[in-house]
Design a protein around this ligand. Sequence first.
Ligand SMILES: Cc1ncc(COP(=O)(O)O)c(C=O)c1O
Length: 355
Amino acid sequence: MSQYWSKVVHALTPYVPGEQPKMNDMIKLNTNENPYPPSPKALAAIQQAATEDLRLYPDPNADQLKQAIADYYQVAAQQVFVGNSSDEVLAHTFLALLKHAQPILFPDITYSFYPVYCGLYEIAARTVPLREDFSIDVDDYLVPNGGIIFPNPNAPTGRLLALAEIERLLAATPDSVVVVDEAYVDFGGLSAIALVNTYANLLVIQTLSKSRSLAGLRVGFAIGHPDLIIALERVKNSFNSYPLDRLAIAGATAAFADVDYFDKTCAAVIATRTALVASLAQLGFDVVPSSANFVLIRHPQHDAAHLQAYLRSKAIIVRHFSQARIAQYLRVTIGTDDQCRQLVLALSDFLKAGK
Ligand SMILES: Cc1ncc(COP(=O)(O)O)c(C=O)c1O
């Protein structure tokens, strides 16, 4: 605490990211990174961009990347916004589109950055309880509100809301912006981008951190009606004119062009998830149905924090949230087949030893 802090800073409760351990020999299944490297074409493009041109500012509009994203999703470039990670795109969205007189709505169990942005921008929010099985009931959102946001698949549950349900929500709440955070959609969901030309109140946000293995490059984007995009550009140009550097623009553009690699690595993660879920069920774990690159699991006989500590002692890191409804669950990122095999072995040893 300091006398020099502003009132807002005194009141902040900042987001706490998952641990990034300094040792390399851990099996890191705690922050939903992709176990596969980025596309070799993306790495080559980043290397090619590392020239003396770095003395020059990048394109403030990142037009090349916007066009690549627009081409990939068959939308117009004016429907695309890009930012320094989807966290930044989300932050701009809260300020540009979700700060109104009424409270915004999001699930009680969801991405824990949402309440942080509400604190930062002094936005009133109301959480909407998920059903007992952690699914979203769209009817709960059909009340007066200042906007709606949820991830699909949700995090940290992994549960997917059907596109038809999202469409029902969009049609029923034309006066509210509905933000669908699709950080994990490529691992088994259908993107709501298919609906942006029909619903002017829909904003879809995605990231290259998960399905395109580029968490270290920090690139995210939003797709929606041009009027929503203009609002985001107004905030961006009041904050940082050059959020994406030259390397990020080059790498992200190349990653979008390498469709084969993207399809192959997403399919590999999904196949590993299917195998892991079967093994965990065999060990007696309850597994929440997941369409993401992680699974939320619990063992009916074992305390989650205790299990997490045991795994850590075996150099395997998973994420535990102390929030009431999920305090007995662990969130496990899908690793390589080998990493997941080692996880299952460690858990099986734990259960055999009756620890
Ligand atoms: C639901 C959700 N949205 C957004 C993000 C942010 O991703 P990034 O800032 O790396 O683009 C995450 C990261 O874990 C997430 O879980």
